[in-house]
Design a binder for this molecule. Structure first.
Ligand SMILES: [Zn+2]
Length: 944
């Protein structure tokens, strides 16, 4: 599955709100904009009761579904009739009960018979636990199942097509203002049980044969495998039978009932609503290329699974995750698969390609080989995330995805993994909520990062050879990490020893380098951003590489160091140009240096060509400096001084690391220092702005340069860069006057935002009308981003109403809200709206917990005690309306506000001293005086 980041954050926030009072005592970073709260649902049953035992195994399912997308005699709309027969057997003696999963269905009849002679097995009344969703079928007293004998479990039931984007759910698109309904599925992790009774754990692989009894000619149907036969069943309906699937997990079953059309070529087909067919060509072409590339890379062709002669990819209007890897029928959010060059940005195009790559990679890593249980989800998602970059790079070598990986994956994994609340990649889970929560940055990002680390250690060709062996040996099986380690170890006997600790230990190290005349000393200690004085003694096998000049950055094969302290002898060490550890940030750790070494690095960064420091190491230095300052390891003044080098930086990766760091920092700048901070931002972005210019990308420019422009323009305009603002407003006015000539997609984000920020209600209504009439999901996202820049209460209020309405789909609501509150000046308006219209917001989102979530996300960005007081008074007055859970949650949000405020106050002096010095023209004289170096040395000694 490809997660939608905001959906995931929202989910965690909800889990936190609903289930955890201890969220208030979690030590989530006060500076983390996404506020990763890894909290686990409080289980309401014994943990082991959530798991099925391995007494009885399914081997085959026959499933028949008859959906009602409109009411019929005796049938409610959005229900379905189900009939499921499961062949099971046991290898054990004396098995006296059968356990399996069902959820949200009404079973009208069931039975157990012995398959060989149809003899009914006598049973007692079934027992259902609504918390664990386990159905227990006890056999009659004295009756047991015979070992190695097939039995048939039969169920007749009525299921529900809910609108919550899970199970077999309902969705719609608009055609001439009318809703056209359709049905689609999302079963990962625990929702197949809502469509059919099943052994709903990934290890219970079985074959499936699906029949759908659907209305014709209005609806077509699609599933994992091709259609075998379709025959009229009754008036206006057809019974369609699909081919038997390969042996696979229940969460990978999928089916769609929709008036879709298909765009197909070779073995690939893109399914979408008819009006979106003009947006399917890119994903078809790119999908075909990616499938071929992955076929070759893994050396196990997709089509060598005989039941899978083709691959369908479907665009679904309502979709909870980003996409889903159902074997043979991959499903996507529209914005992650539908593309037009004249309406989607370059970055949206890249996202579509990488999401497709992710889902196709899952056809092996997830579908053919499946994580045995969700505690090792990284065996699915780590590989899929890795392929997002490195398999897409096989097809799109000019996109520099290897460089983007470092900032987007290595550095973002480190954010969550630097909190005390993080967890190891391999981590026990039991409940449905826990299974869902482990689909996080640790399973995805860190999973991919550790794989890349091993690739560099083993060399790419040996790593690939080992992976191919792993796939061949484990095809059709479920896997544990040991299966992977065994394969890797066969090609390098140290592989497991070096890799396993990274998967079973939480967090990562901060490596400190100190220099002396004869070399360098390396020490390691866990990095926890909010507890600089902790005593956690975890050690990691450290992959070490280093460079002392421009020519040494290319070889990334490391030496592993297994000790707390290690010496690198080097004659004449004090005369090296610089010493940089962890070339191209292949190793998963941060690095701090002593003052002398930081001084050398700073001199290099400020010299011509950045002293030849590799672009990825510049990105690493930027990210480390921001985070070491946050963690109280390096003073903010020092970090910001060195980061002044950014004024001359022209590459995307360091800039992306910089905007991530600056976003976090901007939220904790003291309100009274905002003006100074603005001067700082405009200064460091000045040259970058002149480099990228306010213009559409040229056809020959590097792809990442286009991405860099998007970031630079956004920051420049947001902080009032005059030329940027003028150009953006002029382009918006031009578009407003003549909507038939659209804004270049790669400029839309900044043009829409600035046009709305500086515009009138008429401009706002004009863009909203574009949203309502747009046929493209990618364009709708750009419009929502732009409308989030509205600056008056009246317009913010209209926008908030729109988000609460069905004009903004559930899948987009959380993002749309974030676009608004990412603008500091909107916060008082948003707060007022929520206080006045909490009932509308709660109704539009389904509960008052959404009101709590909205307040908490706002509080995380707020810098005003008077606004805090208003919110505090509001929740006391409205305690009964909010309900206890929402009230408690906002209370926690208010506590976090105080934590954030303390952080701001603690660091204000250092930051504002830097900003004032800079505003007075004095910044940039880095390490000019000895006393600073001495104080830094003292700092290093004290910390370690
Ligand atoms: Zn995935």
């Amino acid at each position: 599955m490809k997660l939608s980041r905001m959906t995931f954050t929202k989910l965690l926030a909800l889990v936190a709100i609903v289930l955890c009072s201890f969220a208030s005592t979690s030590r989530a970073s006060p500076l983390d904009p996404e506020r990763y709260l890894l909290v686990e649902a409080e289980p309401r049953a014994q943990l082991e009761d959530y798991r099925l035992n391995d007494d009885v195994w399914p081997t085959h399912y026959d499933i028949e579904i008859k959906p009602y997308l409109e009411a019929e005699t005796g049938k409610q709309a959005f229900t379905f009739d189900g009939n499921t027969k499961i062949t099971v057997k046991t290898e054990k003696q004396g098995v006296a009960q059968i356990k399996l999963h069902i959820a949200r269905m009404e079973i009208t009849s069931w039975s157990v018979v012995r398959k060989s002679d149809n003899n009914v097995v006598q049973t007692l009344t079934e027992i259902y636990d609504a918390e664990t969703e386990v159905l227990t079928i006890p056999l009659a007293s004295g009756v047991t199942l015979q070992a190695n004998t097939e039995y048939l479990l039969s169920f007749t039931y009525i299921g529900n097509m809910d609108d919550d984007m899970h199970g077999f759910y309902r969705s719609y698109y608009l055609l001439n203002g009318e809703k056209v309904w359709l049905g689609s599925t999302q079963f990962e992790q625990t929702h197949a049980r809502r469509a059919f009774p099943c052994f709903d754990e990934p290890r219970f692989k079985a074959t499936f044969q699906l029949k759908i009894n659907h209305k014709t000619p209005q609806y077509s149907v699609y599933s994992n495998t091709p259609i075998v036969i379709a025959s009229p069943s009754e008036s206006g309906r057809t019974l369609t039978t699909f081919g038997i699937t390969p042996s696979m997990s229940s969460y990978l079953v999928a089916f769609i009932v929709a008036p879709y059309e298909i765009n197909q070529r070779e073995q690939m087909g893109i399914l979408a609503r008819p009006q979106a067919q003009n947006q399917t060509q890119y994903s078809l072409d790119e999908g075909i290329k990616l499938l071929k590339a992955l076929d070759d890379w893994i050396d196990y062709p997709y089509s060598s699974v005989p039941e899978m002669p083709r691959m369908y990819m479907a665009a679904v209007p309502d979709f909870s995750a980003g996409a889903m890897e159902n074997w043979g029928l991959l499903t996507y959010r529209e914005a992650n698969i539908l593309y037009r060059s004249d309406d989607s940005t370059s970055l949206q195009q890249q996202r579509i390609a990488t999401v497709i790559s992710h889902e196709i990679a899952h056809q092996w890593f997830g579908d053919l080989l499946t994580c045995e249980w969700w505690d090792v989800t990284w065996l699915n998602e780590g590989f899929a995330r890795y392929c997002e970059y490195f398999a897409t790079a096989l097809v799109e070598p000019s996109w520099e995805l290897e460089h983007q990986f470092v900032v987007e994956q290595v550095q973002s994994a480190m954010q969550m993994d630097s909190l005390i609340t993080t967890h190891p990649m391999t981590h026990p889970v039991y409940t449905q909520a826990q299974a869902s929560a482990i689909f996080d940055n640790i399973s995805y990002n860190k999973g991919a990062v550790v794989l890349r680390m091993m690739e560099h250690f083993m060399t790419p060709s040996t790593f690939l050879t080992a992976l191919r062996a792993y796939v061949k040996e484990n095809a059709y099986k479920s896997v544990r990490p040991a299966h992977l380690f065994d394969a890797l170890n066969r090609y390098n006997p140290n592989a497991r020893m070096y890799m396993e600790p990274w998967t079973v230990q939480p967090g990562y190290p901060l490596v400190t380098v100190t220099s002396n005349d004869n070399g360098f000393t390396i020490t390691q200690k866990r990095f926890l951003v909010n507890e600089p004085t902790h005593t956690d003694a975890t050690m990691w096998p450290l992959p070490l590489t280093y460079a002392t000049n421009a020519n040494e950055f290319s070889n990334t094969t490391p030496t592993f160091v297994m000790t707390a302290s290690y010496n690198i002898p080097m004659a004449d060490a004090s005369n090296v140009q610089y010493f940089i550890l962890n070339k191209q940030q292949v190793g998963y750790y941060r690095v701090n240096y002593d003052a002398a070494l930081w001084g050398k690095i700073s001199n290099a960064l400020h010299s011509e060509d950045f002293g030849g420091i590799h672009v990825l190491n510049r990105a690493q230095l930027v990210d480390d400096l921001f985070n070491l300052a946050r963690g109280d390891i390096v003073p903010y003044g020092t970090a910001l001084d060195i980061l002044e080098y950014l004024k001359h930086e022209t590459e995307y990766a360091p800039w992306l690391a910089a905007v991530n760091g600056l976003t976090t920092l901007s939220r904790r700048i003291h309100a009274e220092d905002e003006e100074l901070f603005t001067i700082h931002i405009l200064d460091i972005f000045a040259k970058a702005y002149d480099t990228v210019k306010f213009q559409a990308p040229s056809p020959t420019e590097r792809r990442v340069f286009t991405y860099m422009r998007q970031n630079v323009l956004k920051w420049a305009c947001n902080y009032g860069h005059e030329a940027c603002s003028k150009a953006a407003v002029a382009e918006f006015e031009r578009f407003y006057a003549n909507p038939s000539v659209k804004v270049h997609p790669d400029l839309r984000q900044v043009v829409y935002c600035e046009g709305i920020r500086k515009g009138t209600q008429a401009h706002f209504e004009f863009l909203w009308n574009q949203y309502l009439t747009s046929n493209m999901a990618t364009e709708q996202i750009l419009i929502l981003q732009g409308m989030g820049c509205a600056s008056t209460y009246e317009l913010i209020s209209i926008m908030m109403d729109a988000i609460a309405s069905e004009h903004v789909r559930s899948q987009d609501k959380s993002n749309a809200y974030t676009y608004i509150i990412n603008n500091q000046y909107t916060l008082p308006h948003v707060s007022r709206y929520l206080q006045l219209n909490h009932a509308i917001w709660a109704a539009g989102h389904g509960s008052y917990l959404s009101v709590a979530s909205a307040f908490n996300n706002l509080l995380a960005r707020l810098k005003s005690d008077s606004e805090r007081d208003t919110i505090s008074a509001f929740i006391e007055t409205n305690k009964n309306t909010l309900g206890q859970a929402a009230y408690d949650s906002i209370k926690n949000g208010l506590t976090e506000y105080e934590t954030n405020k303390q952080f701001t106050m603690r660091n204000r002096d250092e930051i504002s001293t830097f900003l004032k010095k800079k505003a007075n023209g004095g910044a940039g004289a880095v390490f000019a005086n000895v006393s600073m170096i001495v104080s830094l040395l003292v700092l290093v000694v004290c910390r370690w």
